[in-house]
Design a protein around this ligand. Structure first.
Ligand code: URA
Length: 488
C-alpha cells in the first residue's frame, strides 16, 4: 500500500544551494532506501516554493552502503555547473544497489559521464589556483587584495580553504559571478556573486610582475599549443600578463635564435649562489602548490607548474614520481637525467635500465613500488648538443623536499630506499656517508624507515669490469635485503 503511493508521487527535493552535498546525500539515501525510482525524483536548488514532497522517511533497520570512491566522486561532481548532476548521481546510486562495482565499468555511459564531470571540476579548481591574480587596494588604514575570476563550475567554496592556507596573513577577496569569498585573516565568509567592474583593474605591484614575466618568458621553450592548453584563452582576459603574450610569441623565433647565438658555454661560477639567494623556497607564489592534494595524481598535476627553484626554466618538464598510491616501498633517486626529462618518467635511461635489471633479479616488481627523485627537474650544463648532468645543490634539494614530503605523506610506505647521497640528504636532512652506511636502515623522526644504498649510476661509472660486476652484486644484495625487510 505504502509502496503504491510512492510510485504515484513525484518527489521534489530542494537543496539548500548549488553545492549542498550533505543535503543531496541525505535525500538520496532516504529515497534509495524507500525504493523511490530515479524518474520519480526532481532536484531543485534554493529556497521558496510550496507543495513539494521531500524525501521519505527511510524504512527502519535498512541501510545502504556505497563505495568510498563514489562518495568522493559525488562530492566533486556536486560542484559541476550541469543542473542534471543531482539526477545523474542519484541514478548511479540507485544502480549501485545491484551493481556495487558499477564504477569499474569504464564503458558504461553514466560512469564515463561522471568521470568527465569530475575531471572538469578538478581542472577548474586547478585553473583557479593557477590563474587568480590579486590586486591591492587600500581599505582605511589597511590593505586588501582583490581578485576577479570566472570559474566554469561552483568551486569557490571548495577552493577557498586553499587560498586561506596560502595567503593566511593577507586580507583578500576573490570575486566571481556566482559567489565571492572574503578572508580577513581570521574568518572566511561568502557573499553573493559580483561583477567584474567591482574588482580593481591594476596596482603598483602589477608593473613589477609584468617586468618579471617579460624577463622569464623563454622564447626557446615556446610551444603555443601546449601553452594554450594549459592556459586557455578564456583566462587571458583576467591575467595582467596576457597583453604581453602575443608580442612575446610573435618575436619568439628571432629571440630564440639570438638566445642561442648568445648562449654561454658554461654558467658563471657565482650563478648558483645568486640564484639560491634570490630564489627562496617560498618563490612559488603563482600556481597550485599541491598543499591539499588528496592523491598522487593531484600532486603530480600541481607539480607541473612548480617554480620553487630555478631548475624548471631549462628542464623540459617536471618528472614526478610514478607508482601506486599505496606502495610498500618507495625508491628515491637523485634527479631525472636527460632521457627522463624528455620522457617525463623517472628512471627510464641508462641508470634506470640497471635499476630495472637488478630489481628483476631480486624479484621486486617495480610496478608495485613507487619510484621518484629527490629533485624533480633535470639540472644540466649544455655542452655542444649534449646536456651534461649537473648535481643539484642543497638549495634545490631543500626546495624540492616540498614535493618529496608530500609524496611520502600520501604513499605512507613501509620502507623508503635512498638511492645515493642526494636522496639520503633529502630524506634525512643531512649529508650521509653512503659507502660507510649502505645497507643500514635509519628511522626518521616521523617513524618512516630509510634504507641506504648507492645510486645505480655509480655502477655505470665504474670502468674496470671486475669492479663493476662486484658493485652490481653488492647492489643486488641490497635489493634482496629490501625484499627480505618487506617480507617480515
Ligand atoms: N637518475 C636518477 O636519480 N633518477 C632518474 O630518474 C634517472 C637517473
Amino acid at each position: 500500500m505504502h509502496r503504491a503511493l510512492l510510485d504515484l508521487s513525484t518527489h521534489t527535493i530542494r537543496l539548500a544551494d548549488e553545492t549542498d552535498f550533505a543535503g543531496w546525500r541525505d535525500a538520496a539515501r532516504r529515497l534509495a532506501l524507500a525504493g523511490v525510482q530515479p524518474e520519480e525524483v526532481a532536484w531543485i536548488v534554493g529556497s521558496g516554493g510550496a507543495g513539494e514532497h521531500g524525501p521519505p522517511q527511510p524504512p527502519v533497520g535498512k541501510s545502504l552502503t556505497v563505495p568510498r570512491e563514489f562518495v568522493d566522486r559525488a562530492e566533486t561532481i556536486i560542484c559541476h555547473s550541469d543542473p542534471e548532476r543531482f539526477s545523474l548521481l542519484y541514478r548511479m546510486l540507485w544502480r549501485m544497489r545491484d551493481e556495487p562495482s558499477l564504477l569499474k565499468i569504464a564503458s558504461d555511459p553514466e560512469v564515463r559521464c561522471s568521470e568527465a564531470m569530475e575531471k572538469s571540476v578538478r581542472r577548474d579548481i586547478h585553473k583557479m589556483r593557477a590563474f587568480v591574480r590579486f590586486r591591492k587596494i587600500s581599505e582605511g588604514e589597511d590593505e586588501r587584495y582583490i581578485a576577479w575570476f570566472e570559474p566554469d563550475h561552483f568551486i569557490v567554496e571548495r577552493n577557498a580553504p586553499f587560498f586561506v592556507r596560502r595567503f593566511a596573513g593577507m586580507r583578500w577577496s576573490i570575486l566571481t559571478p556566482c559567489l565571492c569569498a572574503h578572508w580577513d585573516t581570521g574568518e572566511l565568509t561568502f557573499a553573493p556573486g559580483a561583477e567584474k567592474r567591482d574588482a580593481p583593474a591594476d596596482d603598483a605591484a602589477e608593473e613589477l610582475w609584468l617586468t618579471y614575466y617579460e624577463n622569464i618568458f623563454n622564447p626557446a621553450r615556446l610551444k603555443t599549443n601546449a601553452m594554450q592548453k594549459e592556459m586557455p584563452k578564456k583566462y587571458w582576459r583576467n591575467l595582467p600578463e596576457a597583453p604581453l603574450i602575443p608580442a612575446l610569441v610573435a618575436g619568439a623565433e628571432t629571440a630564440s635564435r639570438e638566445m642561442i647565438a648568445k648562449m654561454p658555454t658554461a654558467p658563471a661560477p657565482h650563478h648558483a649562489k645568486l640564484q639560491a639567494r634570490h630564489w627562496p623556497a617560498s618563490a612559488s607564489i603563482q600556481g597550485d602548490d599541491g598543499a591539499d592534494a588528496a592523491s598522487i595524481v593531484e600532486l603530480r598535476e600541481a607539480a607541473k607548474s612548480c617554480r620553487r627553484c630555478p631548475l624548471w626554466r631549462d628542464a623540459t618538464q617536471t618528472v614526478f614520481g610514478e607508482g601506486p598510491d599505496n606502495p610498500r616501498v618507495v625508491f628515491v633517486g637523485e634527479q631525472p637525467g636527460d632521457q627522463e626529462d624528455i620522457a617525463g618518467k623517472p628512471f627510464v635511461g641508462p641508470a634506470g635500465k640497471v635499476f630495472d635489471a637488478v630489481l628483476d633479479e631480486a624479484q621486486i616488481d617495480r610496478r608495485k613500488t613507487y619510484v621518484t627523485n629527490a629533485v624533480k627537474h633535470f639540472k644540466f650544463e649544455p655542452r655542444g648538443k649534449r646536456r651534461i648532468h649537473s648535481k643539484p645543490n642543497a638549495g634545490e634539494i631543500q626546495a624540492c623536499r616540498w614535493w618529496l614530503d608530500k609524496e611520502l605523506a600520501l604513499t605512507k610506505p613501509d620502507l623508503i630506499v635512498a638511492l645515493g647521497a642526494t636522496a639520503a640528504q633529502a630524506l634525512l636532512g643531512e649529508a650521509i656517508p653512503i659507502t660507510r652506511m649502505r645497507g643500514q636502515v635509519v628511522t626518521r623522526d616521523d617513524g618512516l624507515r630509510v634504507f641506504l644504498t648507492i645510486h645505480p649510476s655509480f655502477i655505470l661509472r665504474i670502468r674496470e669490469q671486475g669492479e663493476k660486476d662486484a658493485e652490481r652484486t653488492r647492489f643486488l644484495q641490497d635489493m634482496l635485503a629490501v625484499k627480505e625487510f618487506l617480507a617480515n
